[in-house]
Design a protein around this ligand. Structure first.
Ligand code: FE2
Ligand code: FE2
Length: 285
């Protein structure tokens, strides 16, 4: 399987040592969804497992790696949206382990419980913000609150340097390669809002549109980037869009997001800071 194949592969794609993309294209939403499988010896975990209707596609790719579903010890959910969590009961059924863990931030538990049928939902605090395989390999959980849910977090695999960022660094769009390869002319682009190079070459306008629409505020995105910068990662694996592995490309996208304006409510209200809170009283007159 070529590394630059489009994401419509029927097999898993190894993106780093023993880490596999097991995603699918959701044509209804016009997005690429990227669940990941981490294999460590006889054990595995799944990160942001995917939606209910696409479970067969994800599971087929997991099986293509040669592991048995019962090897999966934990399901990591970095926030509670249905495009990540819709298939929880299907995973529980096919994994069929009494000790299967569902890992999610405490503030997300009230939502995750609606998906989970049989497994305990474990908080990051209960795990001391890390998951350890039997070999000692460690995944670290880094909270990125309100980016884009209250309990959102990212997951860092210390061994491979992969940072799983969930919706952060995500993107709209389905016709794309799995890995980002920024064209040279895009590296110096000054205005991605009026990109002459956009589809299908330059993915950055879709990334910026996605963050403006999905994230609540500029501060939430910047705080998340600040937390992520403390981690020595070498590859960004988002839940939508393209995987970013070139250091230069990571820096370019990083800078664009760090300076992006018009995110969420900030885009809706602009500089407005005064609000007419007397309007309820005036309604009585
Ligand atoms: Fe989301
Ligand atoms: Fe998402």
């Amino acid at each position: 399987m070529s590394e630059t194949s489009t994401p419509n592969n029927i097999r898993a794609v190894e993106i780093a040592d023993s880490i596999y993309w097991v995603g699918y294209t959701d044509t209804k939403s016009g997005m690429q969804c990227n669940p990941y499988l981490i294999i460590d010896g006889e054990e595995a975990v799944v990160v942001d497992g995917g939606s209910r209707p696409d479970f067969p596609s994800v599971m087929m790719k997991i099986l293509s790696t040669g592991i048995a579903p019962s090897s999966i010890r934990a399901l990591i959910y970095q926030h509670y949206d249905p495009d990540l969590c819709g298939s929880v009961p299907h995973f529980e059924d096919i994994i069929d382990r009494q000790d299967l863990q569902i890992i999610a931030a405490k503030s997300d538990h009230m939502f995750i419980h609606h998906y989970s049928v049989s497994s305990p939902v474990i908080s990051l605090e209960e795990l001391n913000h890390q998951f350890r395989f039997s070999s000692g390999r460690t995944l670290r959980f880094i909270p990125t609150p309100y980016a884009h849910n209250a309990g959102s977090y990212v997951t860092f695999d210390e061994r491979s340097g992969v940072l799983f960022t969930s919706d952060l660094f995500g993107s709209y769009g389905v016709e794309m390669n799995l890995f980002m390869e920024l064209p040279p002319e895009c590296k110096d682009c000054k205005d991605f809002d009026r990109c002459p190079n956009e589809k299908p070459l330059c993915p950055i306008p879709d990334i910026l549109r996605f963050h403006r629409k999905i994230f609540p505020s500029e501060r939430a995105v910047r705080f998340a980037l600040e937390q992520m910068a403390k981690v020595p990662f070498s590859l960004i694996a988002p839940q939508h869009g393209r995987i970013i592995r070139e250091a230069g490309d990571i820096e370019i996208v990083w800078r664009r997001l760090a300076t992006l304006s018009g995110i969420g409510i900030d885009g809706l209200l602009g500089d407005r800071c005064e609000f007419n809170l007397d309007c309820m009283i005036s309604r009585r007159r």
